[in-house]
Ligand binder design. Structure first.
Ligand code: MRU
Length: 350
């Protein structure tokens, strides 16, 4: 399975996801500025992977620090803010940067060389843990699926969006190994086509049967009784279960509800934001109008057309049948069960 991010010791190599599926090219990032630009430009994307890349970006910034010890804190916080400002919706970004800051806060006792190594080690741990977390999500989620399942998914919540293996695609991968998947339907995912460019490519690499549809075909295939479950990833889950994910996810959840098809979210604990009660508090990124008006430089509309381009939407918790995490499935009622589940797992800590 392809690795979306490789740490070489001096830099990170990021698989440039804007060039997939035509070209498999890694871009070297040696500085936090380069990592921040790669996140903003969607060369690296997907909630968990954004967090991992940002953690390495911050570790690289401190690795290159040449100033006086007294200035280190403001230097660290400047780069933390730079990385935090790249994308607003996926909470994994802030979670990973928060983990890095916890390590930074121990620096005065330990010294700068210790800090430089400890930050790299923490970023490596976040990456390694993420792969294990996804495998656990796959193990739990697979149990929800019956033989010969036909699964609809959106965007790319796969190896390309995480440290490796994937969340929604992690469930599909594990279920496929158990012989339970007869078909994956991949929504193309307008405007930037993470479904057609990334999910189709990723699943075909693993020889998992996948069929591409445009986003507007989802209702029709449900009506034809060709979908047994919908599984999507998440960028942020509020304490009540409302879930932000790629634009179009809410539409799938409404359609699934109408057709009595279970709609699941697959996500790690780091995607749950218990600091916000409902989805209305989740900041929704609005991206460049050019993503809708053009594709790879070709005009798709009148250049002066007025456009609205929110990158995410929020699925209300009532439409979600279960949240598949690394520690098991969280079932409704989410208002009660998310906090209870996380408290049991974390011993009450966040
Ligand atoms: O804009 P993107 O490509 O970063 O959006 C990604 C998604 O919406 C994914 O579904 C989500 O981050 C989960 S990835 C495991």
């Amino acid at each position: 399975m392809i690795a979306p991010l490789i740490f070489t010791g001096q830099a990170i190599e990021l698989l440039d996801q804007n060039r997939l599926p035509d070209e498999v090219i890694y871009e070297t990032c040696q500085t936090a500025e380069e990592v921040a630009a790669a996140i903003r430009e969607l060369k690296v994307r997907g909630a968990p992977l954004i967090g991992i890349a940002a953690a390495f970006g911050l570790a690289l910034a401190v690795k290159h620090y040449k100033g006086a010890p007294e200035q280190l804190e403001s230097y660290f916080l400047k780069y933390k803010s730079l990385l935090a400002a790249t994308r607003p919706t996926a909470v994994n970004l802030f979670w990973a940067l928060g983990r890095m800051e916890e390590v930074f806060r121990q620096y005065e006792k330990q010294g700068i060389s210790w800090l430089q190594e400890a930050l790299i080690k923490t970023a490596e741990d976040i990456l390694a843990q993420d792969i294990k977390i996804n495998q656990a999500i796959g193990d739990h989620g697979e149990k929800l699926l019956k033989e010969n399942s036909r699964i609809l998914t959106i965007c790319n919540a796969g190896a390309l969006a995480t440290g490796g293996y994937g969340t929604a695609l992690g469930v599909i991968r594990t279920a496929h190994r158990q012989g339970k998947i007869s078909q994956v339907w991949a929504c193309e995912t307008r405007p930037v086509l993470q479904g057609s460019r990334l999910t189709v490519w990723e699943l075909m690499q693993d020889k998992i049967p996948v069929t591409l549809i445009t986003d507007s075909m989802a209702g029709y295939i449900m009506q034809l009784n060709l979908v047994d479950a919908v599984i999507a990833g998440a960028d942020r889950i509020a304490a009540n279960g409302d879930t932000a994910n790629k634009i179009g996810t809410y539409t799938l959840a409404v359609l699934a509800d109408y057709h009595h098809i279970p709609f699941y979210i697959a996500a790690p604990h780091s995607t749950v934001d218990v600091n916000i009660e409902t989805g209305s508090q989740i900041p929704i990124e609005e991206r460049s109008h050019l993503e809708i008006k053009q594709f790879r430089g070709i005009n798709l509309t009148v250049p002066e057309a007025s456009v609205f381009n929110p990158a995410f939407d929020v699925t209300p918790q009532q439409l979600i049948a279960g949240i598949i995490t690394e520690s098991g499935i969280i079932n409704p009622p989410f208002q009660k069960n998310i906090r209870q589940h996380l408290m049991q797992i974390r011993g009450g800590e966040r």
